[in-house]
Design a protein around this ligand. Structure first.
Ligand code: XMP
Length: 327
């Protein structure tokens, strides 16, 4: 029967047989799947693997640090971080349409990843003769089934999955999680010694905070959203609600303003939307009935501590008709 240590041993052997002495890269998203896939491959082939992490500037507070410090410390993997923040924000300037944002972020992501992969080859000490041949993907069993099964909900949003992008790069794929479900992937991650902040992570979209700012994305707005999001995550965790919640997008309505009062002054600030959802697979979802005390606390903290925000609202829409993310 199922045992994470056996699965790891089996995959380690398969990976070694597949890649031989070839060079391998993995794109880390900060998410569970790419992290665990990378860790297994690292266990199998050590320094033949290089991990690439693109910081697109749309990450939440502490996410880069989790990858650069916690992940590297627990796996020993060699990591190259690409700081592409300016490139992404430049490309997103003036853009408000959700699908356009998604396409731009996906395109810039491929570009940064390609550049990083190309410079790895150029920098290789063993000489430029040996290009990277393999790309690790954190594809899970449900992904395999879904893409084999055809259409359905396909074109509602153009999903950008960090693991799934650079198909036209012509790497041979290494997919050590192809037979596994999410909870099995988490068990394997724990067995491999990955920290809980990575293994227990809730889903987070590839386009990041870029699709949680309704309106144009810029650094000032990202800072506001990061601060609000950090408060929400901290409070939900402190209240012991992480297991009950599938995820809780925090959304900044950057083009909406409302009048408020604070101290003895009138304010004219932006609303923050809380979107806590419960779900089995993200295909359908219901809004999570969070305790009023927790909501009250989050609301007070955000409106007192986050400059520019003077109102906190709760999204009480199920999916369908609402999607989980606002864009
Ligand atoms: P929606 O908004 O379509 O989201 O109800 C369903 C689930 O998918 C996540 N999501 C994404 N994940 N790349 C991803 O890797 C994306 O582009 C993307 N867009 C949405 C969302 O957070 C939810 O868990």
């Amino acid at each position: 029967d199922w045992n994470s240590a056996n699965v790891i041993d089996e995959q380690v052997e398969r990976i070694r047989a597949q890649v031989g002495s070839g060079k391998v890269i993995v794109g880390l998203s900060g998410g569970v799947d790419s992290a665990v896939a990378g860790a297994i491959v690292h266990k199998a082939v050590g320094d033949q693997l290089t991990a690439i992490f693109v910081d697109h500037g749309l990450l939440r507070a502490d996410e880069r640090k989790q990858v650069e410090e916690d992940y590297v410390a627990s796996t020993g993997v060699r990591l190259v971080t690409v700081d592409a923040r300016e490139q992404f924000l430049g490309a997103l300037a003036g853009v408000t349409d959700p699908e356009t944002k998604r396409k731009i972020i996906g395109r810039e992501f491929i570009r940064s990843f390609e550049q990083a992969a190309a410079s790895l080859v150029a920098e290789s000490i063993e000489g430029p003769g040996e290009p990277v041949k393999f790309l690790v993907q954190g594809t899970l069993y449900p992904d395999v089934v879904e893409s084999g099964g055809g259409s359905g909900t396909a074109n509602i949003k153009s999903h950008h999955n960090v693991g799934g992008l650079p198909e036209d790069l012509q790497f041979e794929l290494v997919e050590p999680l192809r037979t596994l479900f999410k909870d099995e992937v988490r068990a394997i991650g724990r067995e491999l010694g990955l920290p809980e902040v990575i293994v227990a992570r809730q889903p987070f979209p590839g386009p990041g905070l870029g699709i949680r700012i309704i309106g144009e994305v810029n650094e000032e707005r990202l800072e506001i959203l990061r601060a609000a999001d950090k408060i929400v995550r901290t409070e939900l965790t402190a209240a012991g609600l992480d297991a009950e919640i599938w995820q809780c997008p925090v959304v900044l309505l950057a083009d909406v303003r409302s009048v408020g009062v604070q101290g003895d002054g009138r304010t004219y600030g932006h609303p923050i939307v809380l979107r806590p959802v419960s779900s089995e697979d993200a295909m359908t979802a219901d809004w999570t009935r969070l305790p009023y005390e927790v909501l009250a606390r989050i609301s007070n903290l955000i409106s007192n501590q986050v400059p520019g925000v003077n109102r906190v609202v709760l999204d009480v829409t199920s999916k369908p008709p609402g999607t989980i993310e606002w864009e």
